[in-house]
Design a protein. Structure first.
Length: 486
Protein backbone atom coordinates (compact mmCIF):
# COMPACT_ATOMS: atom_id res chain seq x y z
CA UNK A 1 0.00 0.00 0.00
CA UNK A 2 2.93 2.33 -0.57
CA UNK A 3 4.61 3.17 -3.90
CA UNK A 4 2.82 6.48 -4.36
CA UNK A 5 4.10 7.96 -7.57
CA UNK A 6 2.67 11.43 -7.18
CA UNK A 7 2.97 13.52 -4.04
CA UNK A 8 1.48 16.83 -3.04
CA UNK A 9 1.39 18.88 0.15
CA UNK A 10 -2.04 19.21 1.71
CA UNK A 11 -2.96 22.91 1.52
CA UNK A 12 -4.14 25.24 4.26
CA UNK A 13 -7.94 25.34 4.29
CA UNK A 14 -9.71 28.69 4.71
CA UNK A 15 -13.26 29.89 4.91
CA UNK A 16 -14.35 32.29 2.15
CA UNK A 17 -16.35 35.09 3.72
CA UNK A 18 -17.18 38.36 2.01
CA UNK A 19 -14.46 37.79 -0.55
CA UNK A 20 -11.74 37.04 2.03
CA UNK A 21 -10.07 33.65 2.36
CA UNK A 22 -9.43 33.43 6.09
CA UNK A 23 -9.52 31.36 9.26
CA UNK A 24 -12.43 31.36 11.73
CA UNK A 25 -12.74 34.60 13.73
CA UNK A 26 -11.81 32.79 16.96
CA UNK A 27 -9.14 30.63 15.30
CA UNK A 28 -10.98 27.36 16.04
CA UNK A 29 -10.27 24.41 13.79
CA UNK A 30 -10.62 20.62 13.63
CA UNK A 31 -8.30 17.96 12.23
CA UNK A 32 -8.52 16.56 8.70
CA UNK A 33 -7.55 12.88 8.57
CA UNK A 34 -6.11 10.93 5.65
CA UNK A 35 -8.29 7.79 5.62
CA UNK A 36 -5.50 5.69 4.08
CA UNK A 37 -3.00 6.42 6.86
CA UNK A 38 -5.14 7.81 9.72
CA UNK A 39 -2.65 10.70 9.95
CA UNK A 40 -3.73 14.27 10.54
CA UNK A 41 -2.90 16.05 7.30
CA UNK A 42 -4.39 19.46 7.95
CA UNK A 43 -6.99 21.51 9.80
CA UNK A 44 -10.42 22.74 8.84
CA UNK A 45 -11.60 26.06 10.31
CA UNK A 46 -14.79 26.01 12.38
CA UNK A 47 -16.90 29.07 11.54
CA UNK A 48 -18.32 31.07 14.45
CA UNK A 49 -21.79 32.61 14.49
CA UNK A 50 -20.23 35.96 13.73
CA UNK A 51 -18.49 34.44 10.67
CA UNK A 52 -21.86 33.09 9.55
CA UNK A 53 -23.52 36.47 9.99
CA UNK A 54 -20.81 38.11 7.89
CA UNK A 55 -21.35 35.48 5.22
CA UNK A 56 -25.09 36.21 5.26
CA UNK A 57 -24.57 39.98 4.97
CA UNK A 58 -22.17 39.44 2.11
CA UNK A 59 -24.51 37.06 0.26
CA UNK A 60 -27.37 39.55 0.61
CA UNK A 61 -25.30 42.43 -0.74
CA UNK A 62 -23.87 40.39 -3.60
CA UNK A 63 -27.32 39.17 -4.61
CA UNK A 64 -28.42 42.73 -5.45
CA UNK A 65 -25.51 42.95 -7.91
CA UNK A 66 -25.47 39.39 -9.29
CA UNK A 67 -29.18 39.25 -10.03
CA UNK A 68 -28.74 42.31 -12.27
CA UNK A 69 -25.64 40.97 -13.99
CA UNK A 70 -26.33 40.07 -17.62
CA UNK A 71 -26.72 36.31 -18.12
CA UNK A 72 -24.03 36.49 -20.78
CA UNK A 73 -21.55 37.93 -18.30
CA UNK A 74 -22.41 35.25 -15.78
CA UNK A 75 -21.88 32.70 -18.51
CA UNK A 76 -18.43 34.06 -19.34
CA UNK A 77 -17.28 33.99 -15.72
CA UNK A 78 -18.56 30.43 -15.33
CA UNK A 79 -16.81 29.33 -18.50
CA UNK A 80 -13.62 30.81 -17.05
CA UNK A 81 -14.15 28.85 -13.81
CA UNK A 82 -14.65 25.65 -15.83
CA UNK A 83 -11.39 26.24 -17.70
CA UNK A 84 -9.46 26.87 -14.48
CA UNK A 85 -10.92 23.82 -12.76
CA UNK A 86 -10.06 21.59 -15.73
CA UNK A 87 -6.53 22.96 -15.80
CA UNK A 88 -6.13 22.23 -12.06
CA UNK A 89 -7.70 18.75 -12.14
CA UNK A 90 -4.43 16.88 -11.64
CA UNK A 91 -3.48 18.81 -8.52
CA UNK A 92 -6.98 18.99 -7.00
CA UNK A 93 -7.43 15.27 -7.61
CA UNK A 94 -4.30 14.51 -5.60
CA UNK A 95 -5.57 16.67 -2.73
CA UNK A 96 -8.94 14.92 -2.87
CA UNK A 97 -7.28 11.51 -2.63
CA UNK A 98 -5.31 12.61 0.44
CA UNK A 99 -8.45 13.69 2.30
CA UNK A 100 -11.09 11.34 0.87
CA UNK A 101 -9.17 8.20 -0.10
CA UNK A 102 -10.52 7.44 -3.58
CA UNK A 103 -8.08 6.35 -6.33
CA UNK A 104 -6.40 9.39 -7.79
CA UNK A 105 -7.62 8.70 -11.34
CA UNK A 106 -11.21 8.74 -10.04
CA UNK A 107 -10.54 11.93 -8.07
CA UNK A 108 -9.06 13.66 -11.10
CA UNK A 109 -11.98 12.50 -13.26
CA UNK A 110 -14.37 13.94 -10.68
CA UNK A 111 -12.68 17.34 -10.97
CA UNK A 112 -12.70 17.19 -14.78
CA UNK A 113 -16.39 16.25 -14.68
CA UNK A 114 -16.91 19.21 -12.38
CA UNK A 115 -15.61 21.48 -15.14
CA UNK A 116 -18.04 19.82 -17.55
CA UNK A 117 -20.91 20.49 -15.15
CA UNK A 118 -20.01 24.17 -14.72
CA UNK A 119 -19.87 24.58 -18.47
CA UNK A 120 -23.25 22.96 -18.97
CA UNK A 121 -24.93 25.07 -16.29
CA UNK A 122 -23.27 28.19 -17.73
CA UNK A 123 -24.88 27.44 -21.08
CA UNK A 124 -28.21 26.61 -19.49
CA UNK A 125 -28.21 29.93 -17.63
CA UNK A 126 -28.25 31.75 -20.96
CA UNK A 127 -31.46 29.94 -21.91
CA UNK A 128 -33.59 31.15 -19.00
CA UNK A 129 -36.40 32.92 -20.79
CA UNK A 130 -39.59 34.73 -19.97
CA UNK A 131 -42.93 34.19 -21.71
CA UNK A 132 -45.86 36.17 -22.96
CA UNK A 133 -49.37 34.78 -22.54
CA UNK A 134 -51.89 36.04 -25.12
CA UNK A 135 -54.43 38.29 -23.39
CA UNK A 136 -58.20 38.05 -23.79
CA UNK A 137 -58.63 41.78 -24.32
CA UNK A 138 -56.76 44.43 -26.27
CA UNK A 139 -54.12 46.62 -24.56
CA UNK A 140 -53.25 43.95 -22.00
CA UNK A 141 -49.87 42.33 -21.83
CA UNK A 142 -49.45 39.24 -19.65
CA UNK A 143 -45.85 38.36 -18.88
CA UNK A 144 -44.30 35.59 -16.84
CA UNK A 145 -40.77 36.45 -15.77
CA UNK A 146 -38.36 34.09 -14.10
CA UNK A 147 -36.34 35.67 -11.33
CA UNK A 148 -33.53 34.19 -9.26
CA UNK A 149 -35.01 32.96 -5.99
CA UNK A 150 -32.41 34.70 -3.83
CA UNK A 151 -29.54 33.71 -1.54
CA UNK A 152 -29.20 29.94 -1.14
CA UNK A 153 -27.89 27.90 1.80
CA UNK A 154 -26.33 24.65 0.56
CA UNK A 155 -24.87 21.67 2.39
CA UNK A 156 -22.71 19.06 0.66
CA UNK A 157 -21.05 15.82 1.81
CA UNK A 158 -17.64 14.19 1.67
CA UNK A 159 -18.17 11.34 -0.80
CA UNK A 160 -17.79 13.57 -3.88
CA UNK A 161 -16.31 16.77 -2.44
CA UNK A 162 -16.29 18.51 -5.83
CA UNK A 163 -19.16 16.89 -7.68
CA UNK A 164 -21.79 17.41 -4.98
CA UNK A 165 -20.85 21.05 -4.47
CA UNK A 166 -20.41 21.97 -8.11
CA UNK A 167 -23.99 21.07 -9.00
CA UNK A 168 -25.42 23.39 -6.35
CA UNK A 169 -22.97 26.24 -6.93
CA UNK A 170 -23.36 26.13 -10.70
CA UNK A 171 -27.15 26.00 -10.71
CA UNK A 172 -27.39 28.85 -8.20
CA UNK A 173 -24.83 31.09 -9.88
CA UNK A 174 -26.20 30.46 -13.40
CA UNK A 175 -29.69 31.39 -12.22
CA UNK A 176 -28.46 34.68 -10.73
CA UNK A 177 -28.55 33.57 -7.08
CA UNK A 178 -25.83 33.86 -4.48
CA UNK A 179 -24.88 30.91 -2.31
CA UNK A 180 -23.46 30.12 1.11
CA UNK A 181 -22.01 26.64 0.92
CA UNK A 182 -21.29 24.54 3.97
CA UNK A 183 -18.72 22.20 2.53
CA UNK A 184 -17.71 18.81 3.93
CA UNK A 185 -15.54 19.07 7.07
CA UNK A 186 -14.03 15.61 6.38
CA UNK A 187 -12.80 16.63 2.90
CA UNK A 188 -12.58 20.43 2.85
CA UNK A 189 -9.59 21.27 0.63
CA UNK A 190 -10.79 19.94 -2.72
CA UNK A 191 -14.16 21.63 -2.20
CA UNK A 192 -12.33 24.90 -1.40
CA UNK A 193 -10.25 24.47 -4.58
CA UNK A 194 -13.49 24.25 -6.56
CA UNK A 195 -14.70 27.52 -5.04
CA UNK A 196 -11.31 29.12 -5.76
CA UNK A 197 -11.74 28.34 -9.46
CA UNK A 198 -14.85 30.56 -9.43
CA UNK A 199 -13.27 33.42 -7.51
CA UNK A 200 -10.10 33.28 -9.62
CA UNK A 201 -12.28 33.46 -12.73
CA UNK A 202 -13.67 36.79 -11.54
CA UNK A 203 -16.84 35.88 -9.69
CA UNK A 204 -17.72 39.02 -7.69
CA UNK A 205 -17.17 39.11 -3.94
CA UNK A 206 -19.94 37.49 -1.92
CA UNK A 207 -21.58 35.52 -4.74
CA UNK A 208 -20.13 32.40 -3.10
CA UNK A 209 -19.33 32.20 0.60
CA UNK A 210 -17.77 28.95 1.83
CA UNK A 211 -18.01 27.85 5.45
CA UNK A 212 -17.14 24.78 7.49
CA UNK A 213 -17.93 24.07 11.10
CA UNK A 214 -20.54 22.48 13.29
CA UNK A 215 -23.09 21.16 10.72
CA UNK A 216 -26.20 21.41 12.88
CA UNK A 217 -25.27 24.86 14.19
CA UNK A 218 -24.63 26.16 10.68
CA UNK A 219 -27.78 24.68 9.15
CA UNK A 220 -29.92 25.95 12.01
CA UNK A 221 -28.50 29.46 11.69
CA UNK A 222 -28.66 29.71 7.92
CA UNK A 223 -32.01 28.03 7.31
CA UNK A 224 -33.73 30.25 9.87
CA UNK A 225 -32.06 33.43 8.61
CA UNK A 226 -34.55 35.67 6.75
CA UNK A 227 -31.95 36.53 4.09
CA UNK A 228 -31.74 32.89 2.96
CA UNK A 229 -34.49 32.02 0.48
CA UNK A 230 -33.69 28.46 -0.51
CA UNK A 231 -32.09 25.35 0.98
CA UNK A 232 -30.26 22.59 -0.87
CA UNK A 233 -28.85 19.55 0.91
CA UNK A 234 -27.09 16.35 -0.11
CA UNK A 235 -26.61 13.71 2.57
CA UNK A 236 -28.50 11.18 4.62
CA UNK A 237 -32.28 10.85 4.62
CA UNK A 238 -32.38 11.33 8.39
CA UNK A 239 -30.60 14.70 8.27
CA UNK A 240 -32.49 15.68 5.11
CA UNK A 241 -35.81 15.22 6.89
CA UNK A 242 -34.66 17.44 9.77
CA UNK A 243 -33.48 20.20 7.45
CA UNK A 244 -36.58 19.96 5.24
CA UNK A 245 -38.78 20.31 8.34
CA UNK A 246 -36.86 23.36 9.48
CA UNK A 247 -37.04 24.89 6.00
CA UNK A 248 -40.75 24.06 5.84
CA UNK A 249 -41.39 25.92 9.07
CA UNK A 250 -39.78 28.95 7.37
CA UNK A 251 -41.71 28.35 4.11
CA UNK A 252 -38.44 27.95 2.20
CA UNK A 253 -38.24 25.57 -0.74
CA UNK A 254 -35.71 22.75 -0.62
CA UNK A 255 -33.76 20.51 -2.94
CA UNK A 256 -33.00 17.24 -1.17
CA UNK A 257 -30.57 14.68 -2.60
CA UNK A 258 -30.72 11.92 -0.01
CA UNK A 259 -29.87 8.30 0.47
CA UNK A 260 -30.73 5.33 -1.71
CA UNK A 261 -30.66 1.54 -1.56
CA UNK A 262 -30.20 0.78 -5.27
CA UNK A 263 -32.14 -2.33 -6.26
CA UNK A 264 -30.74 -4.28 -9.22
CA UNK A 265 -33.04 -6.63 -11.15
CA UNK A 266 -31.21 -9.19 -13.23
CA UNK A 267 -33.75 -11.10 -15.28
CA UNK A 268 -33.28 -14.63 -16.62
CA UNK A 269 -32.58 -13.36 -20.15
CA UNK A 270 -29.86 -10.89 -19.07
CA UNK A 271 -26.36 -10.83 -20.50
CA UNK A 272 -24.80 -12.17 -17.31
CA UNK A 273 -21.14 -11.37 -18.05
CA UNK A 274 -21.96 -7.81 -19.05
CA UNK A 275 -24.15 -7.30 -15.99
CA UNK A 276 -21.50 -8.68 -13.60
CA UNK A 277 -18.72 -6.57 -15.09
CA UNK A 278 -20.64 -3.29 -15.12
CA UNK A 279 -22.23 -3.80 -11.71
CA UNK A 280 -19.01 -4.84 -10.01
CA UNK A 281 -17.37 -1.64 -11.27
CA UNK A 282 -20.32 0.49 -10.14
CA UNK A 283 -20.69 -1.22 -6.74
CA UNK A 284 -17.11 -0.74 -5.55
CA UNK A 285 -16.40 2.62 -7.16
CA UNK A 286 -15.59 5.17 -4.44
CA UNK A 287 -15.58 2.20 -2.01
CA UNK A 288 -19.36 1.98 -2.42
CA UNK A 289 -19.93 5.43 -0.93
CA UNK A 290 -22.30 6.61 -3.61
CA UNK A 291 -25.98 7.35 -3.11
CA UNK A 292 -26.78 5.70 -6.46
CA UNK A 293 -24.63 2.60 -5.81
CA UNK A 294 -26.18 -0.74 -6.80
CA UNK A 295 -26.89 -2.44 -3.46
CA UNK A 296 -29.76 -4.96 -3.33
CA UNK A 297 -29.20 -7.46 -6.14
CA UNK A 298 -32.29 -9.48 -7.02
CA UNK A 299 -31.14 -12.13 -9.46
CA UNK A 300 -33.38 -14.59 -11.28
CA UNK A 301 -32.83 -18.14 -9.98
CA UNK A 302 -31.99 -19.42 -13.47
CA UNK A 303 -28.84 -17.30 -13.74
CA UNK A 304 -27.96 -16.96 -10.08
CA UNK A 305 -24.93 -19.30 -10.22
CA UNK A 306 -23.13 -17.78 -13.24
CA UNK A 307 -23.89 -14.23 -12.12
CA UNK A 308 -22.63 -14.84 -8.60
CA UNK A 309 -19.51 -16.56 -9.85
CA UNK A 310 -18.63 -13.69 -12.19
CA UNK A 311 -19.46 -10.98 -9.64
CA UNK A 312 -17.50 -12.62 -6.80
CA UNK A 313 -14.54 -13.16 -9.09
CA UNK A 314 -14.67 -9.45 -9.99
CA UNK A 315 -14.94 -8.38 -6.35
CA UNK A 316 -11.99 -10.54 -5.28
CA UNK A 317 -9.83 -9.19 -8.10
CA UNK A 318 -10.18 -5.55 -7.01
CA UNK A 319 -6.87 -4.08 -5.87
CA UNK A 320 -7.47 -2.21 -2.61
CA UNK A 321 -4.90 0.29 -1.40
CA UNK A 322 -3.83 3.87 -0.95
CA UNK A 323 -5.53 5.92 -3.65
CA UNK A 324 -2.25 7.62 -4.50
CA UNK A 325 -0.90 4.33 -5.82
CA UNK A 326 -1.81 4.24 -9.53
CA UNK A 327 -2.43 0.48 -9.28
CA UNK A 328 -5.18 0.97 -6.69
CA UNK A 329 -8.75 0.33 -7.84
CA UNK A 330 -10.49 0.90 -4.51
CA UNK A 331 -9.31 3.09 -1.65
CA UNK A 332 -10.30 3.07 2.02
CA UNK A 333 -13.72 4.17 3.18
CA UNK A 334 -13.62 7.87 3.94
CA UNK A 335 -13.65 7.80 7.72
CA UNK A 336 -13.83 5.61 10.80
CA UNK A 337 -17.65 5.96 11.01
CA UNK A 338 -18.09 4.09 7.71
CA UNK A 339 -15.61 1.38 8.75
CA UNK A 340 -17.54 0.77 11.97
CA UNK A 341 -20.81 0.75 9.99
CA UNK A 342 -19.46 -1.89 7.55
CA UNK A 343 -18.31 -4.14 10.38
CA UNK A 344 -21.66 -3.77 12.15
CA UNK A 345 -23.78 -4.39 9.02
CA UNK A 346 -21.83 -7.50 7.98
CA UNK A 347 -21.86 -8.97 11.52
CA UNK A 348 -25.60 -8.35 11.82
CA UNK A 349 -26.39 -9.92 8.42
CA UNK A 350 -24.23 -12.99 9.15
CA UNK A 351 -25.84 -13.38 12.58
CA UNK A 352 -29.20 -13.46 10.80
CA UNK A 353 -28.10 -16.15 8.34
CA UNK A 354 -26.42 -14.35 5.41
CA UNK A 355 -23.42 -16.05 3.77
CA UNK A 356 -20.16 -14.28 3.01
CA UNK A 357 -19.19 -14.99 -0.61
CA UNK A 358 -16.33 -12.47 -0.66
CA UNK A 359 -14.60 -10.14 1.78
CA UNK A 360 -16.42 -9.21 4.95
CA UNK A 361 -13.55 -7.81 6.99
CA UNK A 362 -11.35 -4.81 7.61
CA UNK A 363 -7.97 -5.00 5.89
CA UNK A 364 -5.03 -4.50 8.27
CA UNK A 365 -5.27 -2.18 11.24
CA UNK A 366 -4.03 1.11 9.80
CA UNK A 367 -6.19 3.06 7.37
CA UNK A 368 -9.92 2.54 6.94
CA UNK A 369 -9.66 -0.29 4.41
CA UNK A 370 -12.53 -2.76 4.06
CA UNK A 371 -12.64 -5.74 1.71
CA UNK A 372 -14.94 -5.63 -1.34
CA UNK A 373 -17.71 -7.71 0.18
CA UNK A 374 -20.45 -9.92 -1.24
CA UNK A 375 -23.17 -11.27 1.02
CA UNK A 376 -25.71 -13.78 -0.30
CA UNK A 377 -29.01 -15.15 1.00
CA UNK A 378 -29.46 -12.09 3.14
CA UNK A 379 -32.69 -12.14 5.19
CA UNK A 380 -35.00 -9.18 4.65
CA UNK A 381 -34.75 -8.41 8.35
CA UNK A 382 -30.98 -7.80 8.23
CA UNK A 383 -30.12 -4.16 8.83
CA UNK A 384 -28.15 -3.95 5.59
CA UNK A 385 -31.30 -4.87 3.64
CA UNK A 386 -33.07 -1.83 5.08
CA UNK A 387 -30.39 0.79 5.79
CA UNK A 388 -28.18 2.31 3.14
CA UNK A 389 -24.83 0.47 3.56
CA UNK A 390 -22.90 3.32 1.92
CA UNK A 391 -19.79 1.18 1.62
CA UNK A 392 -18.32 -1.75 -0.34
CA UNK A 393 -21.00 -4.32 0.49
CA UNK A 394 -23.15 -6.02 -2.18
CA UNK A 395 -26.25 -7.96 -1.08
CA UNK A 396 -27.19 -10.70 -3.53
CA UNK A 397 -30.47 -12.60 -3.26
CA UNK A 398 -32.39 -14.56 -5.87
CA UNK A 399 -35.98 -15.12 -6.85
CA UNK A 400 -37.89 -16.96 -9.62
CA UNK A 401 -40.78 -14.55 -10.07
CA UNK A 402 -40.52 -11.18 -11.82
CA UNK A 403 -43.44 -9.63 -9.97
CA UNK A 404 -41.79 -10.57 -6.67
CA UNK A 405 -38.55 -9.01 -7.92
CA UNK A 406 -40.36 -5.73 -8.58
CA UNK A 407 -42.09 -5.91 -5.19
CA UNK A 408 -38.73 -6.35 -3.45
CA UNK A 409 -37.22 -3.47 -5.44
CA UNK A 410 -40.08 -1.18 -4.33
CA UNK A 411 -40.21 -2.53 -0.75
CA UNK A 412 -38.08 0.19 0.84
CA UNK A 413 -39.17 3.82 1.06
CA UNK A 414 -36.07 4.94 -0.89
CA UNK A 415 -36.42 5.85 -4.56
CA UNK A 416 -33.14 7.08 -6.00
CA UNK A 417 -31.51 4.79 -8.60
CA UNK A 418 -32.67 1.36 -9.82
CA UNK A 419 -31.00 -0.96 -12.29
CA UNK A 420 -32.36 -3.57 -14.68
CA UNK A 421 -30.58 -6.14 -16.85
CA UNK A 422 -32.66 -7.86 -19.56
CA UNK A 423 -32.43 -8.49 -23.30
CA UNK A 424 -36.17 -7.90 -23.72
CA UNK A 425 -37.13 -4.36 -24.83
CA UNK A 426 -40.72 -5.04 -23.71
CA UNK A 427 -39.66 -5.98 -20.18
CA UNK A 428 -37.26 -3.04 -20.06
CA UNK A 429 -40.08 -0.63 -20.89
CA UNK A 430 -42.44 -2.32 -18.43
CA UNK A 431 -39.93 -2.21 -15.56
CA UNK A 432 -39.03 1.38 -16.36
CA UNK A 433 -42.65 2.19 -15.55
CA UNK A 434 -43.07 -0.06 -12.51
CA UNK A 435 -39.92 0.69 -10.54
CA UNK A 436 -40.34 3.52 -8.05
CA UNK A 437 -37.18 5.53 -8.48
CA UNK A 438 -36.07 8.91 -9.77
CA UNK A 439 -33.50 7.27 -12.08
CA UNK A 440 -33.61 3.88 -13.81
CA UNK A 441 -30.67 2.59 -15.79
CA UNK A 442 -31.16 -0.44 -18.03
CA UNK A 443 -28.30 -2.67 -19.25
CA UNK A 444 -25.70 -0.02 -18.51
CA UNK A 445 -24.71 2.55 -15.90
CA UNK A 446 -25.94 5.76 -17.46
CA UNK A 447 -26.43 8.24 -14.61
CA UNK A 448 -24.90 11.54 -13.60
CA UNK A 449 -24.16 13.38 -16.84
CA UNK A 450 -24.74 17.14 -16.66
CA UNK A 451 -27.55 17.13 -19.21
CA UNK A 452 -29.69 14.41 -17.60
CA UNK A 453 -31.89 14.76 -14.49
CA UNK A 454 -30.33 13.66 -11.21
CA UNK A 455 -32.66 13.20 -8.27
CA UNK A 456 -34.79 10.88 -6.22
CA UNK A 457 -38.38 10.41 -5.11
CA UNK A 458 -39.93 9.29 -1.81
CA UNK A 459 -37.36 9.12 1.04
CA UNK A 460 -34.56 9.81 -1.44
CA UNK A 461 -35.67 13.41 -1.61
CA UNK A 462 -37.04 15.77 -4.18
CA UNK A 463 -35.84 18.19 -6.79
CA UNK A 464 -33.29 17.70 -9.51
CA UNK A 465 -29.62 18.51 -9.79
CA UNK A 466 -29.06 17.78 -13.44
CA UNK A 467 -30.70 18.38 -16.79
CA UNK A 468 -32.89 21.29 -17.75
CA UNK A 469 -34.92 20.70 -14.56
CA UNK A 470 -31.99 21.67 -12.34
CA UNK A 471 -32.26 25.42 -12.78
CA UNK A 472 -35.97 25.55 -11.98
CA UNK A 473 -35.27 25.13 -8.28
CA UNK A 474 -33.29 28.39 -8.25
CA UNK A 475 -35.91 30.47 -10.04
CA UNK A 476 -39.31 31.86 -9.12
CA UNK A 477 -42.01 32.72 -11.65
CA UNK A 478 -43.59 36.17 -11.44
CA UNK A 479 -46.71 37.00 -13.37
CA UNK A 480 -47.03 40.62 -14.44
CA UNK A 481 -50.13 41.86 -16.20
CA UNK A 482 -50.28 45.36 -17.61
CA UNK A 483 -53.25 47.25 -19.07
CA UNK A 484 -51.76 49.95 -21.24
CA UNK A 485 -53.83 53.11 -20.68
CA UNK A 486 -51.84 55.13 -23.16
P1 LIG B 1 -24.24 12.22 8.60
O1 LIG B 1 -25.67 11.90 8.40
O2 LIG B 1 -23.78 12.71 9.94
O3 LIG B 1 -23.74 13.31 7.55
C1 LIG B 1 -24.04 13.27 6.18
C2 LIG B 1 -23.73 14.66 5.64
O4 LIG B 1 -24.66 15.58 6.19
C3 LIG B 1 -22.35 15.19 6.05
O5 LIG B 1 -21.82 15.92 4.97
C4 LIG B 1 -22.63 16.10 7.25
O6 LIG B 1 -21.72 17.18 7.35
C5 LIG B 1 -24.00 16.62 6.92
N1 LIG B 1 -24.80 16.92 8.08
C6 LIG B 1 -25.01 16.14 9.16
N2 LIG B 1 -25.83 16.74 10.04
C7 LIG B 1 -26.14 17.94 9.51
C8 LIG B 1 -26.96 19.03 9.92
N3 LIG B 1 -27.66 18.99 11.05
N4 LIG B 1 -27.03 20.11 9.12
C9 LIG B 1 -26.36 20.16 7.95
N5 LIG B 1 -25.58 19.17 7.50
C10 LIG B 1 -25.48 18.07 8.27
O7 LIG B 1 -23.45 10.93 8.28
P2 LIG B 1 -22.01 10.58 7.75
O8 LIG B 1 -21.40 9.62 8.72
O9 LIG B 1 -21.18 11.74 7.34
O10 LIG B 1 -22.46 9.81 6.47
C11 LIG B 1 -23.26 8.66 6.64
C12 LIG B 1 -24.51 8.66 5.88
O11 LIG B 1 -24.76 9.85 5.16
C13 LIG B 1 -24.42 7.60 4.84
O12 LIG B 1 -24.89 6.39 5.37
C14 LIG B 1 -25.28 8.08 3.74
O13 LIG B 1 -26.60 7.60 3.93
C15 LIG B 1 -25.33 9.55 3.91
N6 LIG B 1 -24.60 10.25 2.86
C16 LIG B 1 -25.24 10.42 1.68
C17 LIG B 1 -24.60 11.07 0.66
C18 LIG B 1 -25.27 11.25 -0.66
O14 LIG B 1 -24.59 11.41 -1.66
N7 LIG B 1 -26.60 11.31 -0.71
C19 LIG B 1 -23.29 11.51 0.83
C20 LIG B 1 -22.66 11.34 2.07
C21 LIG B 1 -23.34 10.70 3.08
Amino acid sequence: MTNHNEQIAYPRVDLLIAGQWRQASDGASAPVINPATEEEIGRVPIATLSDLEQAVLSTEKAFQVWRQTAPHERYQIMKGAARLLAARAREIGLIMTLEQGKPVAQAQAEVANGADLIEWFAEEGRRISNRLIPARIANVEQRVIRDPIGPVAAFTPWNFPVNQAVRKISAAVAAGCTIILKGPEDTPASCAALVAAFTDAGLPEGVINLVYGNPSQISDYLIKHPVVRKVSFTGSTAVGKQLASLAGSQMKPVTMELGGHGPVLILSDADVERAATILCGAKYRNAGQICTAPTRFIVHDKIRAPFLEAFVEGAKAIRVGNGLDPETQMGPVAHERRLAAMEMLVADAVAQGAKVAAGGKRIGNRGFFFEPTVLTDVPLGARAMNEEPFGPVALINSCDDEDAMVAEANRLPYGLASYVYTRSPRKAADLGRRLEAGMISINHHGLGLPEVPFGGIRDSGHGNEGGAEALDAYLVSKYITHYDTH
